[in-house]
Design a protein around this ligand. Structure first.
Ligand SMILES: NC(=O)c1ccc[n+]([C@@H]2O[C@H](COP(=O)([O-])OP(=O)(O)OC[C@H]3O[C@@H](n4cnc5c(N)ncnc54)[C@H](OP(=O)(O)O)[C@@H]3O)[C@@H](O)[C@H]2O)c1
Length: 329
């Protein structure tokens, strides 16, 4: 930081991948009503960050160029805007920034108080920064869409979690095992032991014929699939689902949306449910508490300094991260 300037990483147009990211000095933002200014300690990347850069969410996101990407941050409160009640300078927090405004790949960022939660000393900045998009998506998919109760009550739910080694999948497996579930998970061969160590009951290598067919080794049918991978057809899921089984698709493409509509219109018992994560402060708080209590881990794929954020960006685009990619100023 020099004067009121800070280091940040931004892009000014669609496309360009990692090479499209530029290192700049820009003014430190000022917290407005209900906002806190944070000194960023860690930012985790999500595929949606580079998908936005690619133009996959145009014309909605990003709302303007140049755009500083990154929504999942952990940091320290430096200043509070008018009306902020629960935070003061020096507080350590985790926050999720709006995808419209972004701002995470920078030394400082402003967050809404309403999407900021306290971070106890047991939760490192990197562990906290991993949680927002990936953790909240896993939690919402499991509890809201699949109906799993994380206190362990209720009938056993047979789950399939695809791409269990990724950012969302690693949280989904750990959270699922807090409930009364049997978890079958898919990942690459190199991550089989890792995914078992997260709690999965059985693991399929997605590159084997049985893995590609999503067949449970113990012959189970799935009540719900938390689908974190991409490019798997409904016809592959369908024979593996229980009578009322549903596929919760967190990256629904056009054909998934067609299936969703068709299954609804025909009152099919087997359903495809597209999921869009809606950030909720109480859910983020819950996840941070689980990490504090040692009941949930953030698996870190790699850490990159802000000065080399493009290396982490390229890694995320590559699609082979094990856990979360973190950038640290
Ligand atoms: N709807 C929402 O609100 C929402 C929220 C969050 C994320 N998402 C979307 O969800 C998807 C997953 O996000 P993420 O952060 O978990 O991604 P990620 O961390 O980039 O996922 C990478 C992992 O996926 C594994 N993988 C890739 N293809 C696979 C397959 N066919 N079967 C099994 N594993 C496979 C890779 O394993 P290998 O290296 O072995 O290939 C790698 O470990 C992304 O498309 C993201 O945009 C949507």
């Amino acid at each position: 930081m020099a004067g009121n300037l800070m280091h940040a990483v931004q892009y000014s147009s669609y496309g360009g991948g990692a090479a499209g990211l530029k290192h700049v000095e820009v003014p430190i933002p000022t917290p407005k009503q209900g906002e806190v200014l944070l000194k960023v300690e860690a930012t985790s990347l999500n595929p949606v960050d580079w998908k936005m850069q690619k133009g996959m969410l145009r014309p909605f996101l990003p709302r303007k160029f140049p755009y500083i990407p990154g929504t999942d941050i952990a940091g320290e409160v430096i200043k509070v805007g008018a009306g902020v009640k629960n935070y003061k300078p020096g507080d350590k927090v985790v926050a999720i920034l709006n995808h419209g405004s972004g701002g995470g790949l920078a030394e400082f960022a402003v967050a809404k108080e309403s999407l900021t939660v306290g971070r106890p000393p047991e939760v490192s900045a990197a562990e906290g920064a991993g949680l927002p998009v990936a953790g909240l998506t896993a939690l919402q998919a499991l509890t809201q869409s699949a109906g799993v109760k994380l206190d362990g009550s209720g009938q056993q739910v047979n789950l399939l979690i695809t791409a269990a080694s990724g950012g969302v999948g690693q949280y989904a497996v750990q959270l699922a095992k807090r409930g009364n579930t049997h978890v079958t998970a898919t990942c690459g061969a190199r991550n089989t032991d890792f995914v078992k160590s997260l709690g999965a009951d059985e693991v399929l290598d997605y590159k084997t014929p049985d893995g590609a067919a999503l067949k449970s080794p113990s012959g189970r049918k799935y009540d719900a699939v938390i689908h974190c991978a991409m490019g798997i057809a409904w016809s592959t899921f369908e024979p593996n689902l229980s009578a009322n089984g549903k596929v919760i698709d967190i990256t629904p493409g056009p054909s998934a949306l067609m299936t969703f509509a068709l299954k609804k219109l025909t009152f099919s018992k087997k359903q495809l449910v597209p999921l869009l994560m809606i950030p909720k402060k109480e859910n983020l708080d819950y996840l941070v508490k689980l990490v504090k209590e040692g009941k949930l881990k953030t698996i870190i794929d790699s850490k990159h300094p802000l000065s080399k954020a493009e290396v982490g960006w390229a890694k995320s685009i590559d699609g082979h991260a094990t856990g979360k990619i973190v950038v640290e100023p």
